[in-house]
Ligand binder design. Structure first.
Ligand SMILES: Cc1cc2nc3c(=O)[nH]c(=O)nc-3n(C[C@H](O)[C@H](O)[C@H](O)COP(=O)(O)OP(=O)(O)OC[C@H]3O[C@@H](n4cnc5c(N)ncnc54)[C@H](O)[C@@H]3O)c2cc1C
Length: 136
């Protein structure tokens, strides 16, 4: 795989070119790069990979607990969490499973929490639970 930065593309031909070396472009390019017969290039405007949005996100490994059950989002986020966890383990990237807190700030939001907990189960996420303010 070749990453080109700023300068002109080398005068070689490629079978696949992906524009943008953020997490999405790198993940996409990784698949064809496994095929020994394919030459794959990532073209990046910055001087290194991961200099865009990917550099500065919150690092939450989303589970899809709150997605609409049965939606494409629910399926892809669940699959993405599974694949990213496996990739991190196989490539030695440390991941601290800190989880996430969804805080209800008023009575209306408190009333919505049980529905979200049920939705998590329907999205095949079993670790969501309701907690009270003292534990929070
Ligand atoms: C504040 C914040 C917090 C977030 N927290 C989380 C989180 O906790 N968990 C989570 O899963 N997601 C989170 N996200 C979302 C996540 O960071 C993005 O969905 C993801 O990084 C997008 O990756 P990307 O590869 O599409 O974009 P980018 O990382 O922006 O990559 C795009 C790349 O393309 C390059 N580029 C663009 N145009 C060209 C061009 N014409 N030629 C060459 N190169 C070009 C750019 O330089 C850049 O490097 C967060 C986002 C934000 C903003």
């Amino acid at each position: 795989m070749t990453v080109t930065a700023n300068g002109p593309m080398p005068s070689r031909s490629y079978d696949v070119a992906v524009v943008g070396a953020g997490v999405v472009g790198c993940a996409i390019a990784r698949e064809p790069a496994r095929h020994p017969s394919l030459r794959v290039a990532i073209v990046e405007a910055q001087d290194d990979v991961g200099q865009g949005t990917s550099k500065a996100n919150t690092a939450i490994l989303h589970t899809g607990f709150d997605a609409v059950p049965g939606s494409l989002e629910a399926r892809l986020v669940r699959e993405g969490a599974r694949r990213l966890t496996a990739y991190a383990a196989e490539s030695g990237i440390p991941v601290e499973p800190v989880g996430a807190l969804l805080v209800a700030w008023d009575e209306e939001q408190v009333a919505a929490l049980p529905h979200l907990a049920e939705q998590a189960v329907r999205n095949e996420y079993a670790d969501a639970r309701l907690i009270e303010p003292p534990e929070l």
